[in-house]
Design a protein around this ligand. Structure first.
Ligand code: SAM
Length: 249
């Protein structure tokens, strides 16, 4: 399942070029059961099945043995810390990570207690298995690894990297269905384009995710522009209320 997705497109090309190394391990192959079962019913009763500790441990031991230094072992779980771009950046600096995917009701707690360094969630909702979450983490981390994207500005200028949402983008044609590309983007004046982009980035964040302004590193000019936006539309949402409070400190 993961191979079908991650071996395609940018991650697939980066893998083939040797910029990243992604390996997939099927826990079922490490089951001693003649039907290669990896789950059993829960002690104490209740619905669903639980992944057994031993096949998971056998698989993880085999994988760990291929590393010189122990990589961070992460269990994808709706109970973990929710993934953010900041966390993605931190993970991209590690030399390796192992992502363990659960299924059914989850995983025998004794396995988690023995092997897992941290639990990571991709959001406050429940998936049927950890594979999609593992692909999300892998994709987000891979694009920050050296050589995967053409240049680092591809991601350092994107939403969430610097605490703000990114500015809007436009491409050819210059006029589409009567709508023109903003003039400033056509005049080739680099400083003007940068200033416009910064303001649009602030606008996007202000209107779509005002909560992010609470922790975004803002300049004096940014504060001034936000004050202009506020007085322009007189917006008084609760989220903005606390953003304002923090901006004043
Ligand atoms: N019974 C578990 C609970 O309530 O915490 C949920 C189990 S879930 C149905 C099955 C597997 O999907 C989990 O073991 C985990 O690996 C994965 N999973 C589900 N939601 C996830 C999320 N939001 N983030 C990361 N992994 C998730």
């Amino acid at each position: 399942m993961c191979e079908a997705v991650l071996d395609e497109s940018i991650t697939g090309r980066a893998k083939r070029a040797g910029h990243i190394d992604i390996r997939y391990h099927h826990i079922r192959y490490y089951s001693e059961d003649k039907h290669r079962r990896t789950d059993d019913s829960p002690y104490g009763g209740g619905s669903g099945m639980v992944m057994q500790a031993e096949p998971l441990a056998a698989c993880l031991d085999a994988v760990l043995a291929t590393f010189d230094t122990r990589p961070r072992v992460i269990y994808l779980s709706p109970q973990g810390q929710v993934l953010t771009q900041k966390k993605v950046v931190a993970l991209s600096k590690l030399s390796g990570i192992i992502l363990v995917c659960g299924h059914y009701e989850g995983v025998d707690q004794r396995f988690l207690d023995t092997y897992i360094d941290e639990e990571l969630s991709i959001g406050d909702y429940v998936l049927t298995g950890g594979e999609i979450a593992a692909m999300v983490v892998t994709d987000a981390v891979a694009r920050l690894c050296d050589g995967v994207l053409r240049d680092t500005s591809s991601y350092t200028e994107e939403s969430h990297y610097n605490g703000l949402l990114e500015h809007p983008h436009y491409t050819r044609p210059a006029i589409w269905r009567g709508m023109a590309v903003p003039e400033v983007l056509l005049n080739g004046h680099h400083a003007h384009i940068e200033a416009w982009r910064r303001q649009k980035s602030l606008e996007n964040t202000y209107y779509k995710r005002p909560d992010l302004l609470e922790n975004a590193p803002l300049t004096e000019a940014d504060h001034q522009y936000l004050a202009e936006l506020r007085s322009k539309d007189g917006k008084e949402s609760q989220a903005l209320g606390y953003a304002e409070q923090d901006l004043s400190t």
